[in-house]
Design a protein around this ligand. Structure first.
Ligand code: PLP
Length: 439
């Protein structure tokens, strides 16, 4: 039994009291909800009517999202509610296998003990701890930039960049396949907006050449998440130089593992330092927990700290998450072993699938889209894989172009090579059964 304050009742009595209070409170709440349902407000009835139509529309379009519920930690093998046994997991962004890495979990635990669960504050009021500054400094050094600002997510980093930086005098040039967070971030700003066809340097040059804007900002994903292909960073840099533009790269699917030392797409493309601004996530390879950041010129970071809305008006990242990210950066920087394992797994998968007669799109990246074409066939392929204990997800229109349905596979350093071979074998078997490849 825990010791209690002399004025407090003994712990057993306290527990009994809180259980009774909970029962009384729950009873009151249930009665309240019941009453509300009996005489529903007109506005809520209207809301149900409108949403029912919208929801039916989503179901008719076959784009309803079914969420599977994991009953185990994120890992290469997961348990799924309602299913027996474990599934081999090939659909997380857990590229380095750090999401449930013992050292990362232990660091998070220590962060929790030392600094508490959260800050109950935004950064500029009283939400900045030494560890937030330490993580920002570490990321600045990691990328070789001038300064870094942390956000709760990379979605927030992108949502907070364009509106803060660009005015109607300025222009932004965005790849058509850029991530939703970039699209939304651009929507929020008042700059002149241009979209160039995916990785099309000629079209981009045409747009840049005709722009009289004060600041010109080119923004691209480093690696495109649905296709596993890489932005032409060298060509983009050359155009940025020719037209006095800035180059920003969202490296969420590259930071920590892509390129020899994990510095991301610019390193992979042999042009380290090419981007003026990098936005990235701490919720994929680096820790898998949560968080995002923008790194680049110090004046930009100062401006963002002062006017970027998702930074100013949202809680500081919680200490256990920050501690997990710091430990993950140690693991990323101190050894190349995880990156080598990831590369080897990617090679085994891509070569095995090609030998089996299947088409895997994308560049030499652990995002491996298995191209199918028809939406129904892609969904059959994913379902067949699930029956064989391999968890993968099918994507079809409107997430990817019509006729471009696919099953996306993502490899992790934590997969054993035999896990990868098992997945290849299962793909070959199911693909044969559904007529995607010859018997
Ligand atoms: N940018 C890209 C390219 C992404 O793929 C994602 C996540 O899917 C994000 C940004 C958002 O990252 P976060 O989960 O940190 O908000």
């Amino acid at each position: 039994m825990f010791a209690t304050h002399p004025l407090q009742p003994p712990v057993d009595a306290m527990a009994l009291r809180s259980t009774l209070l909970r029962i009384v409170f729950n009873g009151q709440q249930t009665r309240q909800i019941h009453e509300l349902k009996k005489k529903e407000r007109a506005g809520v009835t209207k809301l149900r009517e409108v949403l029912e139509d919208r929801l039916q529309e989503i179901k008719r379009a076959k784009t309803w999202k079914h969420e599977r519920i994991l009953t185990s930690p994120q890992d290469t093998k997961v348990k799924v509610k309602g299913s027996e046994g474990e599934f081999l997991n090939f659909c997380a962004n857990n590229y380095l296998g750090l999401a449930n890495h013992p050292e990362v979990v232990e660091a998070a635990r220590e962060g929790l003990s030392k600094y508490g669960a959260g800050l109950s504050s935004v950064r500029f009021i009283c939400g900045t701890q030494t560890m937030h500054k330490e993580l920002e400094d570490r990321l600045t050094q990691f990328h070789g930039r001038e300064d870094t600002i942390l956000y709760g997510s990379c979605f927030d980093a992108n949502a907070g960049l364009f509106e803060a930086l660009l005015t109607p005098e300025d222009a932004v040039f965005s790849d058509t396949l850029n991530h939703a967070s970039i699209i939304d971030g651009i929507r929020l700003c008042k700059a002149q907006k241009f979209r160039y066809p995916h990785r099309d340097l000629n079209e981009l040059e045409h747009l840049l050449a005709h722009s009289q804007a004060r600041l010109k900002l080119i923004i691209t994903d480093g690696v495109f998440s649905m296709d596993g292909n890489v932005a032409p960073i060298k060509g983009l840099r050359d155009l940025a130089d020719k037209y006095r533009a800035l180059l920003a790269v969202d490296d969420s699917h590259a930071t920590g593992f892509f390129g020899e030392t994990g510095r991301g797409t610019e390193e992979y493309c042999g042009v380290t330092g090419a981007a003026d601004i990098i936005c990235s996530t701490l919720g994929k390879a680096v820790s898998g927990a949560a968080g995002g950041y923008t790194t680049g010129p110090k004046e930009l970071v100062s401006l963002l700290r002062n006017v970027s809305r998702p930074y100013l008006f949202s809680n500081a990242p919680p200490p256990p998450v920050v501690a997990a990210c710091l430990k993950s950066l140690d693991l990323v920087e101190n050894s190349s072993e995880l990156r080598q394992r990831l590369r080897e797994n990617t090679r085994i998968f891509r070569e095995g699938m090609t030998a089996a007669g299947l088409t895997v799109a994308g560049d030499d990246h652990p995002i491996c889209p298995v191209m199918v074409g028809e939406a129904a066939l892609a969904s059959d392929l994913a379902a067949g894989m699930l029956e064989r204990g391999v968890y993968v997800v099918a994507f079809s229109y409107p997430v990817v172009p019509k006729g471009g349905a696919r099953v996306r596979v993502q490899l992790s350093a934590a997969h054993a090579p035999d896990d990868v071979r098992r997945a290849v074998q299962a793909f070959a078997d199911v693909a044969r059964n559904i007529g995607l490849i010859q018997k």
